[in-house]
Ligand binder design. Structure first.
Ligand code: NAP
Length: 109
């Protein structure tokens, strides 16, 4: 079976990990997961470590990616209050938009 490939940002978190395990369990997806820390027991999932707030780190982590079918953004960093949540996570998402062209160049239908 030819597998489609996806990349999941936030793969060590609740949403990202469950999504990754669901897709791997289907058998028709290759999953590349991204987070700063490699979670334990990440069976069947290729992991790449980087800090999304560090563009050079992201560039290094995403090098040599082959074609992908889709990307999921499930990254989240809890702060002291909701205002700080919005500021911090908004800033991280805006920084992350920089690598969208890189991912778009790899997208296949
Ligand atoms: N609006 C809200 O109140 C709210 C609350 C919770 C979640 N959410 C949304 O729900 C989704 C995920 O939630 P969740 O409960 O699964 O979150 P979670 O369990 O806290 O997981 C967060 C993920 O983001 C990664 N991450 C955090 N900072 C990072 C950084 N600087 N660079 C790279 N990776 C980073 C973490 O991995 P590492 O720590 O290993 O890097 C982890 O994999 C997100 O889309 C989030 O916006 C919204």
């Amino acid at each position: 079976m030819t597998k489609k490939t996806c990349i999941i940002f936030g793969v060590s978190g609740i949403v990202g990990r469950n999504l990754a395990e669901h897709l791997v369990g289907r058998g028709d997806w290759k999953v590349i997961g991204v987070s700063r820390h490699r979670p334990p027991d990440l069976n069947g999932i290729e992991h790449r470590s980087c800090d999304l707030n560090d563009p050079d780190d992201v560039k290094q982590a995403l090098r040599d990616l082959g074609p992908i079918s889709c990307a999921f953004y499930a990254t989240w960093s809890r702060q002291a209050n909701e205002h700080a949540n919005c500021l911090s996570n908004g800033a991280m998402f805006r920084k992350s938009r920089r690598f969208i062209p890189v991912l778009s160049g790899l997208l296949q239908s």
